[in-house]
Design a binder for this molecule. Sequence first.
Ligand code: MF3
Ligand code: CO
Length: 256
Amino acid sequence: MLEKTPADLVLMRKACEITRDALVYAKTLCVAGKSTYDIDKSIEKFIIDSGGKAPCIGYMGYPAATCISVNSMVVHGIPSKDIILKDGDIVSVDLVVSYKGFCGDAARTYFVGEVDEEKKKLVRVTKECFFKGIENVRIGDRIGKISHAVQQHAESNGFSVVRELAGHGIGRKMHEPPEVLNYGKETDGAVIKENMTICIEPMINAGKKDIWLLPDGWGVITRDNKPSAHYENTVLFTNRGIEILTLEKDDEYYSR
Ligand code: MF3
Ligand code: CO
């Protein structure tokens, strides 16, 4: 069911609050010298201690609670003891929390120490793509309106949009219809309905759009080895507008 009931939404909101808080916590863990394995284990504990579950564990054989993708890794990086963060890295943390049967899903790209200007701009523009995507979107519009705005903003800044992966509906399952592409025409895609919950997740490359899949079957990296960033929130469409269920309370978006 794409449209959530009021009872569903109580649980969705709680799942999304834990997701948001886990990401705020994750930011404090992304420091030089830490392995992505240790970061994942700490986040998993945080999710459980908050009353949630980590449905990524075992999802199609996935071995961890989170996906942690460093620099040229786009998404789905399997946390590893061999991947140690260092000054100048950008690190994308993507996590799903379930709470009493409903899911929240969000991602952020964090800086480790001081990063170069290209990476700073990439991370800023990737977040802006999300907000450009939801600007002026309302019930009755097509998902393509979001997709088109994301692509437009990324490409006008000289960056490129990964084509092989997309956002998605969310609810009892972490992936539900509709598909939420990060490129395409305004007139494409499903019609947005009241009480629909979806994940919008631009994955933006500093260089070319092309990617490789790692031999582990999960990790996605850029072919040109240039950096990539990810920014994702779970959102709810209401007749009053769009609610960003996983947004940090102190995000500047609230004070616009
Ligand atoms: N959070 C990812 C998404 O946005 C899903 C992670 S894949 C998993 O779709 F295997 F880790 F679950
Ligand atoms: Co997602």
